[in-house]
Design a protein around this ligand. Structure first.
Ligand code: DGY
Length: 342
C-alpha cells in the first residue's frame, strides 16, 4: 500500500505528480483555504504533508494527527510551524531556503525603489487622468537610491543578497543589524558594516526588514523605532507581518515621520490595515517576494524532494536536503538501528 500524504495548497501539477509514483496523494487543486479543523480532518492517517504559510501546524494539530512524520513547508520562513512541538513528537520539519534568495532580494530592492521614487503613487495619478500638464519641478520628487545609505535588519542569505545589490549595483553605503555580526569575510563580500540597531535606524536612508518572525522579533520596528528614523527615509518589509507594527507605521507615514514604505507582508494577511490602504506613500504588494515562475517551481520541487526523502523515497531517501530540525532524523535513524538490533 502506498503511503498517504497531503498537499495542502495548489501547486504546479507536474511537480505534485512526482509524488504520485510513490505516495497516495490527497491534494487541493482548487486551492481552498481550509479551517484548522478541516486541515486536521484531511490530515487523518497522513504520514507526510506538503504545507504552506497559511497552514498552522501546532501542538493541538500534531496531537490530533499522530501518524504524521514529516511537515514539508514551502517557503524559507516557517513561523507557521511550531518546530519545538514537532521535534518533541519526532516530526521532521523542512523548508525551502536558497532557491528563492536572489528572486526575493530582487523584489525587496524593487519595492524599496518603488517607495523611494514614488512609482506606484505616480502611476495611479497618471491612470486616474490627473496628468494634465507637463511636470512641475517638484512633481513626484522622491529620494535617491544610488549613493544613499542602505540599512538591512536581518542579515541572512536574503539580507546579504540585498546588500550586494546595494553596494555593487547602486554604490550604496550598506549597514546592517543582526543578532550576531557576520564573519569579516562575508561582510567584505557584501561591502556591509555591522552597526547597533539605534545606528541602523538613525542612519539608514532606506531600511529593509528581512529578519524572520519570532516572538522576540514581534514589532521589532514599532512607534519608538520609527521615531528614530530620518523623516526622508523609506522602510520596506519583505520579512513577515508582525516584525513591523503596521498601525504604528501607518501613523508615521501619515504624520511624515518617514517618507514612504514598501510592504509585501502584513500583520493578519491577507487582511491589510485600512489605514495603510488609505495612504499614498506606501506601496503594497500581496506577499509575492519569491514569485517568479522559476523560483516558485524550484521551491515546490525542493519541497517535494524533502517530502520524498523524509519518507524514505527517491535518490536522497533518508536525507532530506533542507531539514529545519535535523535532530529528528538522527533520532529516527537511532530508533531504526535499535529496532534492527533487537
Ligand atoms: C518565504 O519563503 O518565507 C516567503 O515569504 C513565502 O512564504
Amino acid at each position: 500500500m502506498r503511503v498517504p500524504v497531503l498537499v495542502t495548497r495548489a501547486s504546479f501539477p507536474d511537480i505534485v505528480d512526482r509524488l504520485r509514483a510513490g505516495f497516495e496523494v490527497t491534494d487541493n487543486p482548487d486551492d481552498t483555504i481550509w479551517t484548522q479543523s478541516e486541515l486536521i480532518e484531511r490530515l487523518q492517517g497522513k504520514v507526510g504533508a506538503m504545507t504552506a504559510g497559511s497552514d498552522r501546524i501546532d501542538a493541538t494539530l500534531l496531537d490530533a494527527c499522530p501518524q504524521l512524520k514529516a511537515v514539508c513547508n514551502i517557503g524559507v520562513g516557517y513561523n507557521n510551524v511550531d518546530v519545538e512541538a514537532c521535534t518533541a513528537r519526532g516530526v521532521l520539519v523542512t523548508n525551502t531556503p536558497d532557491v528563492l534568495t536572489d528572486t526575493t532580494a530582487d523584489f525587496g530592492f524593487a519595492l524599496m525603489m518603488a517607495a523611494a521614487r514614488r512609482i506606484a503613487e505616480s502611476e495611479h495619478y497618471l491612470r486616474a487622468g490627473a496628468w494634465t500638464k507637463t511636470g512641475r519641478y517638484d512633481m513626484f520628487v522622491g529620494g535617491d537610491v544610488h549613493g544613499a545609505t542602505l540599512g538591512i535588519l536581518g542579515m541572512g542569505r536574503i539580507g546579504q543578497a540585498i546588500a550586494r545589490r546595494g553596494a555593487f549595483g547602486f554604490d550604496m553605503r550598506v549597514i546592517y543589524h543582526n543578532r550576531t555580526p557576520l564573519p569579516a569575510q562575508t561582510e567584505e563580500r557584501c561591502r556591509a558594516r555591522y552597526v547597533d540597531k539605534e545606528t541602523l535606524l538613525r542612519e539608514s536612508d532606506h531600511l529593509i526588514v528581512v529578519a524572520p518572525y519570532s516572538a522576540q522579533a514581534h514589532h521589532a520596528i514599532g512607534a519608538a523605532q520609527l521615531k528614530q528614523m530620518k523623516s526622508s527615509a523609506t522602510l520596506t518589509n519583505i520579512a513577515r507581518g508582525g516584525v513591523v507594527d503596521d498601525a504604528a507605521l501607518a501613523v508615521a507615514l501619515e504624520e511624515g515621520g518617514i517618507a514612504a514604505a514598501g510592504l509585501d507582508v502584513f500583520e493578519g494577511e491577507p487582511a491589510v490595515l485600512p489605514a495603510l490602504l488609505a495612504l499614498k506613500n506606501v506601496v503594497l504588494t500581496p506577499h509575492i517576494g519569491s514569485a517568479s515562475v522559476s523560483t516558485r517551481r524550484a521551491m515546490a520541487s525542493l519541497c517535494v524532494d524533502n517530502l520524498m526523502a523524509a519518507l524514505g523515497q527517491g535518490p536522497a531517501a533518508g536525507r532530506p536536503p533542507t531539514p529545519v530540525n535535523p535532530g529528528v532524523l538522527h533520532a529516527q535513524a537511532r530508533s531504526f538501528e535499535q529496532r534492527a538490533s533487537l
